[in-house]
Ligand binder design. Structure first.
Ligand code: 5GP
Ligand code: MN
Length: 330
């Protein structure tokens, strides 16, 4: 395990970057979840509290999931194809690789060229694409941001606590997993007067009849597939099924195949455009990040993703091939 002094030095380097910058752009990953938006908004509101000018962004041309607007400051996070204006520092949060910054990839790479890119992330697959890279796979991105805010003298308030809690909730599967320190942080954040039931309702529970019917349709077609020596529980969410439905409902599908009886791997194929699939992998029995990395994606040991092209059957065949030749042992 990393020595405490080494860890402290890595956090101090990142904190120093934040402390000396006057103008900052904060970039979250495309198709953001509450972890990405909570990280962007917590850092934005925190830096503004100590007088910095901050531009919060996500790299996609279209608005993100509406339920995320319940997070304080989320209405200010602009979907963008470029980083507007001049900044002393660009911070990429919760992005395991530069392509996760989506339509901002070019601008983020340019920031790296100019040696003003700070990466704050927790994915095991992180490629270290920043000038300074703070990668901590033991933490959630929001708990890392909480630590950095402490180090640069930003006191928490109710809004920042809400942002951090939203990210923490997503990253712990609504507090079903995560480290003891993440759960302790949740308790501390709640002391700022948060309403956890309301936050859970806004971010996780709230749905519509149409979305529920879509989820039901996909679940009714759950398949068990032998893939590269694994018993995969597979959900296929094609364009015709998910078009017009909320991103949060589509993303919720992965929760149903995390631990299906008789399976040791969960796979969700989500068709983003004709023949273009975002694939989610879930498992508590093998390291799916290794599989996603080999397919050009990334993520965590238990939850990872990548994109694939072709038909659903072709995507499954490609996955089976990679599964049979990857060391996924825990
Ligand atoms: P999800 O399956 O919920 O989209 O993502 C699971 C995890 O894998 C998340 O931590 C996410 O950041 C990561 N992930 C998903 N898709 C990709 C991808 O295409 N590239 C990379 N680098 N990471 C991904
Ligand atoms: Mn995220």
């Amino acid at each position: 395990m990393e020595a405490a002094a080494e860890r402290a030095a890595r956090y101090a380097r990142a904190a120093h970057k934040l402390a000396v910058a006057k103008t900052v752009a904060v970039v979250g990953h495309l198709r953001p979840d509450a972890d990405a938006i909570g990280s962007v908004t917590a850092l934005t509101l925190g830096l503004e509290k100590i007088g910095k000018t901050v531009t919060p962004l996500v790299g996609q041309p279209v608005p993100f999931s509406r339920n995320l607007l319940s997070i304080p400051g989320a209405d200010r996070v602009s979907p963008a194809t470029d980083i507007p204006g001049e900044h002393d520092l660009i911070v990429a949060v919760d992005c395991g690789s530069v392509d996760r910054t989506g339509t901002l990839t070019g601008a983020v790479l340019a920031a790296a060229e100019d040696e003003k890119l700070l990466v704050i992330d927790h994915h095991v697959s992180n490629t270290g694409f920043g000038t300074v890279n703070l990668i901590d796979t033991r933490e959630s991105t929001t708990s890392m941001i909480r630590e950095l805010l402490l180090m640069i003298g930003v006191p928490l308030d109710r809004d920042i606590a809400h942002c951090l809690y939203a990210g923490l909730m997503t990253d712990t599967g609504s507090f079903r997993w995560g480290t003891a320190s993440m759960h302790t942080l949740a308790a501390e954040l709640m002391s700022y007067g948060l309403d956890p039931r309301r936050i859970a309702a806004d971010l996780v529970d709230s749905t519509s009849v149409a979305d529920l019917q879509m989820v039901g349709h996909v679940l009714a077609n759950t398949r068990m597939v032998e893939a590269g020596g694994f018993n995969a529980a597979v959900l296929i969410a094609d364009q015709a099924t998910i078009a017009g439905h909320s991103e949060s409902a589509v993303e919720s599908l992965a929760d149903y195949v995390r631990e299906l009886n008789g399976s040791n791997l969960g796979v969700v194929l989500k068709e983003q455009g004709p023949g273009w699939w975002a694939v989610s992998l879930r498992s508590s029995r093998c390291d799916v990040s290794q599989v996603a990395i080999r397919l050009g994606g990334g993520g965590h040991v238990a939850a990872a993703g990548y994109t694939s092209r072709g038909t659903a059957e072709e995507a499954l065949a490609e996955l089976a091939t990679v599964l049979s030749t990857t060391d996924v042992s825990l």
